[in-house]
Design a protein around this ligand. Structure first.
Ligand SMILES: Cc1cc2nc3c(=O)[nH]c(=O)nc-3n(C[C@H](O)[C@H](O)[C@H](O)COP(=O)(O)OP(=O)(O)OC[C@H]3O[C@@H](n4cnc5c(N)ncnc54)[C@H](O)[C@@H]3O)c2cc1C
Length: 255
């Protein structure tokens, strides 16, 4: 499915923590329904104003009935600071949905673990929703440095929900990888900082369990034309924006 460009309205914009925002926008293009793991390029500033590039943000939640999308994002630098200044009623430009997303069909009926770290938990909510809609309740493992966000809403969609924090202020004191027993699952779907995903992939490999990861790279065009987000794979270079961001961990971490 080709990405489409659409100007949409901000409907709600909430600060969940000092740096984490949950933005709900309209998405009138029901013929371009985004899937879990896909992303949009977001922009709310003119083409001739820095930063030059739009910013990729995953679909946190899509509501087909309402015609809305939610983005959960961390304010990191210039682009996300501009997004954070948006208020309800403001317009922003979305290009997407882009990327391959998670293969939900092939996960249905399996014992599935979702493993997220920090803002990498963003795409896992839509994933939990799609799995649940297909009759599969995944277990959800999430890790945060200190303050968790968005954990409670996984409770109705998932089986087990397990939280770890580096600080120990909430949940298990340690890394999320310490909570995960891959041998209890057929499939582990993971998104978070790359060292965390590598650690999850290693645990899975030791137990012969398939691990699927969603990679983050700096992106320019977002449509596979500029090759700026190319990653190494066992079968050569691949564009994270077009051929990813979702890959089998063996393909990208075994390269
Ligand atoms: C497919 C995809 C989906 C994404 N989904 C989300 C999401 O749902 N929520 C979310 O908060 N973020 C997401 N990101 C990351 C997000 O795109 C970046 O945080 C954002 O572009 C930073 O822009 P900025 O102008 O605010 O920061 P910049 O000023 O560009 O950078 C600020 C800091 O963030 C680092 N940074 C910038 N871009 C990235 C990146 N792509 N990966 C890792 N570090 C980066 C920089 O090195 C720098 O340290 C996603 C990235 C990709 C590739």
């Amino acid at each position: 499915m080709h990405a489409t460009a659409c100007d949409v309205k901000v409907l709600e914009h909430l600060a969940l923590t000092d740096t984490i925002r949950l933005m709900t926008t309209s998405w009138p293009r029901r013929d371009k329904a985004p899937k879990a793991g896909q992303f949009f390029m977001l922009r709310c500033w003119p083409a001739d104003v820095a930063p030059v590039l739009s910013r990729p943000i995953s679909v946190h939640s899509y509501d087909a009935a309402m015609g809305t999308i939610q983005f959960l994002y961390e304010v990191r630098g210039k682009g996300t600071e501009k997004l954070a200044a948006l208020e309800p009623g403001d317009t922003l430009s979305l290009v997407g949905p882009s990327g391959n997303g998670f293969d939900v069909e092939s996960a249905l009926g399996k014992r599935v673990a979702l493993v997220g770290g920090g803002i990498g938990t963003a795409p896992l909510y839509q994933l939990a929703k799609e799995l649940n809609a297909g009759g599969t309740k995944a277990d959800y493992f999430c890790g945060f440095r200190d303050e968790p966000y968005g954990v409670e809403k996984f409770a109705t969609l998932c089986g087990k929900v397990q939280l770890a924090t580096d600080s120990g202020r909430y949940g298990f004191h340690g890394f999320v990888t310490q909570l995960l027993n891959p041998e209890e699952y057929d499939l582990v779907l993971c998104c978070g900082p790359e060292p965390m995903m590598k650690a999850v992939a290693k645990l899975c490999e030791e137990k012969g369990v398939t691990c699927i990861v969603s990679l983050e790279r700096k992106m320019a065009c977002g449509i596979g034309a500029c090759l700026g987000c190319t990653c190494k794979t066992t079968t050569g270079g691949k564009c994270v924006c077009k051929e990813g961001p979702v890959f089998d961990s063996k393909e990208v971490f075994g390269a």
